[in-house]
Design a protein around this ligand. Structure first.
Ligand code: LER
Ligand code: MN
Length: 293
C-alpha cells in the first residue's frame, strides 16, 4: 500500500517541514492542498525530489462562502469560478506530477441548497437542480482533466459539511451521469463512519472506481484512537485491488477541523498522529498477510 498525508492537516506550516517529517516517518507520498496561487510548482518539485516524496494528489478546496467557488451553485459566475479553479488545480497537479485532484461537488460547509427557506417540499427540487448543475460543471472540468491525464476524484462528505453528495452510492450515481473516464471516486473513512452502514462493503461497491482514500479514525483522530475497523477496510481494499494512495487526514481533538490543523501548540500532536497512524496501518497490513493458523 502507498501511504501519504494531506498537508492541509498541517495548516500553514512550511512545505519543507512537512516533506522532512513525512520522510522521517516513512511515508511514500504527500497530498497538497489545492491552492495554485500559494504554491510554486517548481519549488514543490524540488522538495519532492530532494526528499524522495512524490505528490500523490491535490485536495480541491472549496470553502463556503469565503472563496465563492462552487460547482453546484445556481449562479453561473460562481460555477464558472469553480470550473476555472479546478482546471487550475489540474494544471498544478500536472506540473507537480500528481495523478489525482479531489473534488467536492458543492462548497463546504454549505448545508442547504441556495434559496431553501423552510419548506421541506421544495428541498428535493432545489437539490435536484443543483445536482444537475454540478454534473455539468464536473463534465467541463473533466474534459480539461482528461487532456492532462489527471483524474478527478469525487469525495462524498458527511452531512454536517455538505448536503449534495454524502454517500458512495450517490457518488456512483453522480459518476454515471458525468460519464467521463477521467472521473472516479475518493472515499474518506471519517465521512464513511457517519454516512455508510458498512464501510468495508462501500469499498467493495466502489471497486475499481476508487482512485484514492482519506484515512483517519471514526472521530478523525489517529488510526487506532477510535472505533473504525481498519482490518476490515484493508481487507476490502486488497479484494478490490486498490492501487491508489491511502492519504492520512487525522486531526487533534478539537471539534473545528481547521482550528485543529492550525493551532501552534498542537504541532507535536499532529506529527505523533501521522507517525502512529502509519505504524498501526503497516502493522495491520503485516498481520493480514500472516496465514491463519
Ligand atoms: C477534505 O478532504 C475533507 O474530508 C473535508 O472534511 C474537509 O473539508
Ligand atoms: Mn477527506
Amino acid at each position: 500500500m502507498r501511504y501519504a498525508v494531506s498537508n492541509w492537516i498541517y495548516g500553514d506550516e512550511p512545505l519543507e517541514r512537512t516533506f522532512s517529517q513525512l520522510r522521517r516517518f516513512g511515508y511514500d507520498g504527500v497530498e497538497i492542498k489545492g491552492e495554485p496561487d500559494y504554491y510554486d510548482p517548481v519549488e514543490v518539485r524540488r522538495l519532492s525530489r530532494e526528499y524522495g516524496i512524490p505528490v500523490t494528489s491535490i485536495a480541491g478546496w472549496v470553502p463556503w462562502p469565503t472563496e465563492s467557488r462552487d460547482l453546484a451553485h445556481p449562479d453561473p459566475l460562481v460555477r464558472e469560478r469553480a470550473v476555472v479553479y479546478f482546471s487550475r488545480c489540474v494544471d498544478f497537479a500536472f506540473a507537480v506530477g500528481a495523478e489525482i485532484v479531489i473534488v467536492v461537488p458543492a462548497a463546504v460547509p454549505r448545508l442547504v441548497p441556495m434559496g431553501f427557506s423552510d419548506d421541506p417540499e421544495v428541498w428535493p427540487q432545489l437539490v435536484e437542480a443543483e445536482w444537475r448543475l454540478a454534473v455539468e460543471s464536473v463534465q467541463r472540468a473533466a474534459d480539461y482533466a482528461r487532456r492532462r491525464r489527471v483524474t478527478l476524484a469525487i469525495e462524498p462528505v458527511n452531512r454536517f459539511e455538505t448536503f449534495l453528495v454524502t454517500t458512495a452510492a450517490q457518488a456512483l450515481q453522480f459518476l454515471d451521469q458525468v460519464g467521463s473516464a477521467a472521473v472516479k471516486i475518493h472515499l474518506d473513512t471519517f465521512h464513511m463512519n457517519i454516512e455508510e452502514a458498512d464501510p468495508a462493503g462501500t469499498i467493495r461497491l466502489v471497486g475499481s472506481r476508487l482512485a484514492s482514500m482519506h484515512v483517519s479514525d471514526s472521530n478523525r483522530l489517529a488510526v487506532g484512537e477510535g472505533h473504525t475497523d481498519f482490518r476490515a477496510l484493508l481487507r476490502a481494499l486488497g479484494e478490490v485491488g486498490f492501487g491508489g494512495p491511502l492519504v492520512l487526514e487525522p486531526l487533534p481533538p478539537v471539534p473545528n477541523a481547521f482550528v485543529a490543523a492550525r493551532l501552534q501548540r498542537l504541532a507535536d500532536l499532529r506529527d505523533t498522529y501521522a507517525e502512529v497512524s502509519l505504524q498501526r496501518l503497516k502493522e495491520l497490513e503485516r498481520s493480514l498477510r500472516q496465514p491463519v493458523s
